[in-house]
Design a protein around this ligand. Sequence first.
Ligand SMILES: Cc1ncc(COP(=O)(O)O)c(C=O)c1O
Length: 472
Amino acid sequence: MENKPLRLGAKRDAALKRAAEIVAKAWGEFYVAREHEPLVEPSLAATLKEALPERPTDPIQTLDLAAKVLDTSLAHSRPRFMAWIGSSGLEIGALGDLLAHSYDINLAIDSRAATELERQTLRWLGAFVGFPVGGGAFTSGGTISNITALAAARERAIPGSRKRGLMNVRPAIYCSAEVHYSVRRGVELLGLGSDCIRAIPIDTNHRMQSAVLTESLERDLRDGITPIAVIATSGTTLTGAIDPINEIADICQRFGVWLHIDGAYGLPAAGVSEKRSAFSGIERADSVSVDAHKWMFVPKACSALMVRDRSTLLATFSHNESYMLHSGESGNAVDETLEYSRPLRALKLWLAFKTHGAEEFRLAIAANLAQAQALYDAAKADPRFEVLPFRPELSVAPVRYGKNTSDQFQTLLVQRLQEDGRVFVSAAEIEGRIWMRPCFTNFRTSEADALSLLEVAADVAKSLHDIDGDHS
Ligand SMILES: Cc1ncc(COP(=O)(O)O)c(C=O)c1O
């Protein structure tokens, strides 16, 4: 008998049908929060320790098992997942991934229509947030987008550094004290050394103090240090603060320094008209990053790094390898980014824009913004809770339970909430104290879902009486 390995053969149609059934069931359930999040049962745990299978198993059985694993996992798609910065597995985006992965196109080279589609999607995303896109690429996340931008900034500030290293230049990177730590990782990986990071203090609203940025740049220039880039965050992971972009852009212009905007989380809110002014000046940046897998709702991984001037990326990343010859001056897609083999991540966002239109995105983002305001107001009016002294800028609305409770109490409360599973929230240290830090980036979350945190937290807190005496 002829051996035809790795084909589903006659079982293919049934497998596709079952996958569709599993997905339809999941999508149906994702709109309503579960009573509790299931823990991994012993039999499933044992299955997940089995050795490498040598022989085939029926695909329907394996798909059902995969569904069980997924259903026993923390899915960001559920409406009461408010931990860290979630996403929501937008349905049309998930279909986009299925299509993209089935065709398995590689964007390392010019892949014809797919390459054009990626460029068009970048332009659309730029139009949505208000950034004039000259070039860029979709990446695997905000971390890689930030590193890509930092690499381009390094090459512009120290031409030839990609080949000759830092050549005794002493570099400096400027960002707010609450920048995402991916910047630190990038600076370390690029050989700049994280000691060169100038963590500029923040104001009472957690925004970079631009006057201190100016002083820091002046001091460094006097000392013979070479500024590489200023990273403005819009908004920060911790509280959603938006650094004053126009003021920072003025400073960058004056000193001739690269301005990167880390908009991994917050920049989609620039597409909402009532929020646009908070992002004013982004069009002046050299580069911006947006994680479409956060607040553009599509499944991971889908980040975009956009630059105003494509040649800055080509100067940083282009190669002419013997197996990657260029046709003319156009360059390959790989010449604009770090990754070599690269999937068509743009398809899910392209399909999502086409299917829903930009206005539906604006409405969904505006709903999340309103949920954070509603939670802030409700917690502020409730004597059992404490809120920060400033309103949420974006969709992060930290709350503490009890007026006189300890950090240990808040940490345990979050742990118990995560075990309870009715809402899933994470803890964060803000201004030296531990807070529950809900963040809303899910189009399935309703205001009732957002507000449910208060009642569930109060309920779970009752069981923690022994930790702190007074929760009043
Ligand atoms: C502001 C900011 N930048 C960068 C990142 C890193 O993004 P990713 O997890 O996609 O690498 C995050 C993640 O939360 C973020 O909030």
